[in-house]
Design a protein. Structure first.
Length: 318
């Protein structure tokens, strides 16, 4: 009888030390949908279950999730990772064919103006890979390829409008859903570019939203006084300005006074004006992934508490 009780007690202690899927997602950055897809399709990271069917993960399995991410970051297809989990990860990637094939599927759909094909191809990738991995290995390289193509073929304006409209609609729907789950103070994002549908702005918003940060995107440039009104009314946890080209020298000087929350500048404008902005309180980031790292360093993601980020030198500026 005592032995049976001890066994039950040991089992309960073990269960209490395990993590539910939401905590694993928070620790690793891999959302629950993707964790379930890895388990169901490829037998990766098979957790224990509670009597009600809820997944529970050990610390060793959390580490395995990180190992899977390390292989994915090196371009290995998720279908091949299971065989490699007990091998040391390579220092350099030699497995880029998976991402090249995924990019080509998207390019073919964009060229054909085939929204359903584009949507299906992206959904397949999004079900298997975390947003950070997708952004680094698929979307940012895709945008680089498309920008070059659109620059060399000015007549491709229709293709450009089609893709950017789709991207904003696709990511905007995910932002809307995530914002309903996290009703705290949002991150405010403002487009400083002359054109709407700036893809880098929406990628910044998507990455922040996936990190459990509510976001509000203003995809049109607005006058400085109106931005200050917006900040007073919205009370955001932070402000992210996105500029894809050079800015008028006095623009940021007009925008920033009176903005009490941390402010970031992301995009090509950050590199162009880095020298003249080094002495300001603006955090300078080069791309959406760099901006995400800066937001993490400032404690502006997840369960945000006002005043959590420490003042001082920027942890993000390079």
């Amino acid at each position: 009888m005592n032995e049976s009780c001890n066994t039950v007690a040991d089992h309960n202690d073990a269960a209490q030390s395990m993590l539910p899927i939401r905590d694993v997602a928070r620790l690793t950055g891999v959302n629950p949908v993707t964790l379930r897809a890895w388990e169901r399709r490829y037998g990766l990271i098979q957790p224990q279950r509670t009597p009600k069917g809820h997944r529970l993960y050990t610390c060793e399995q959390v580490e395995q999730v990180r190992q899977v991410l390390a292989w994915l970051e090196r371009g290995v297809a998720v279908s091949q990772v299971k065989e490699l989990l007990h091998e040391p990860a390579p220092q350099e990637s030699s497995h880029d064919s998976t991402w090249q094939a995924a990019q080509q599927h998207l390019l073919d759909a964009i060229e054909a103006l085939a929204e359903r094909s584009l949507d299906d191809a992206f959904n397949r990738s999004m079900a298997l890979y975390p947003p950070v991995t997708l952004c680094r290995h698929l979307l940012l390289p895709l945008l680089q390829t498309l920008r070059l193509r659109w620059r060399l073929h000015p007549g491709a304006r229709l293709e450009q409008v089609f893709f950017l409209s789709w991207l904003r609609s696709k990511l905007g729907a995910r932002l809307y859903h995530n914002n309903r789950l996290h009703p705290s103070a949002p991150l405010l994002l403002l487009n400083l570019s002359p054109e709407t549908m700036e893809p880098g702005l929406w990628l910044c918003a998507w990455l922040a939203s996936d990190a459990e940060c509510p976001v509000l995107v203003l995809d049109w440039a607005i006058p400085a006084p109106e931005l200050q009104v917006a900040v007073r009314r919205i009370q955001p946890r932070g402000l992210l300005l996105y500029g894809s080209q050079s800015l008028k020298p006095a623009l940021l000087q007009r925008l920033l006074p009176g903005i009490a929350c941390p402010a970031l500048l992301c995009g090509q404008a950050s590199g162009i004006h880095r020298q003249q902005l080094q002495s300001t309180d603006l955090y300078l980031t080069d791309d959406p992934l760099d901006a995400l790292h800066c937001l993490q360093s400032l404690n502006l993601l997840g369960s945000y508490r006002e005043g959590a980020s420490a003042p001082g030198a920027s942890p993000c500026a390079s």
